[in-house]
Design a protein around this ligand. Structure first.
Ligand code: 0RA
Length: 197
């Protein structure tokens, strides 16, 4: 079936993207030192900042959790959860599709000139887990990944709902992978001083 082939091709390219990032993390986040580790937070916050710059978000919170994970939440519109033309949740595509080649493989550092969510898939690939809650259209939508691979079953191609909400926003909780990074413990003082802009 055409649909089945299309789906298989998509699955393969997602896995190939994950493998590319995990094989050469430095190409995507600069290094696997403490600096690269901090860069994971930067990538996620950057997307929330884009949502702020677009005029839809006034609060971004970064929490270093006791289990070593980091949570970044914003009160923007929420990553779109509808059906993308590829027949899958748009949100899941954001977290599983590698956008562009890699920021650090070229001297011309590409700033996100449209689609935000760029970088989320890289952080996902380099995390033991990534848990995502998107509040939008009246519901909290949930997704979860382990080393970049989705572990939640879609419902008619869309993310399952955890419950109702009157708010909007995106919350991303991720744990950096000790198989990738030299050290995985975030330092509050460093995170507070992450470069912006
Ligand atoms: C594209 C479209 C829309 C929201 C976002 C991206 C978005 C991305 C991120 C990443 C972190 N927080 C975010 N918040 C929003 C919304 C399009 C619409 O509602 O019409």
């Amino acid at each position: 079936m055409v649909e089945k082939n299309t789906y298989d091709a998509g699955s393969i390219s997602v896995l190939e993207g994950l493998e590319a990032v995990r094989k050469r993390p430095g190409m995507y986040i600069g290094s696997v030192s403490g600096k690269g580790l901090n860069h994971l937070i930067y990538e996620i916050v950057d997307n929330a900042v884009d949502e702020h710059l677009a005029g839809y978000c006034d609060t971004i919170r970064v929490t270093l959790e006791k289990d070593g994970s980091c949570t970044v939440s914003d009160n923007g519109r929420g990553i779109p959860v509808g059906m993308h033309e590829k027949g899958m949740s748009a949100a899941r595509l954001v977290f599983t599709t590698l956008h562009a080649g890699g920021k650090f493989d070229n001297s011309s550092y590409k700033t996100s000139g449209g689609l935000h969510g760029v970088g989320s898939s890289v952080v996902n690939a380099l995390s033991v887990f990534m848990d995502v809650e998107i509040s939008r259209e009246g519901y909290v939508h949930h997704d979860r990944y382990e080393r970049g691979i989705p572990v939640i079953e879609l419902e008619d191609g869309l993310l399952p709902k955890l419950g109702k909400t009157k708010t909007t926003g995106t919350k991303i909780n991720f744990l950096p992978d000790g198989e990738i990074f030299e050290k995985t413990r975030f330092k509050g003082e460093e995170v507070k001083n992450l470069p912006v802009g």
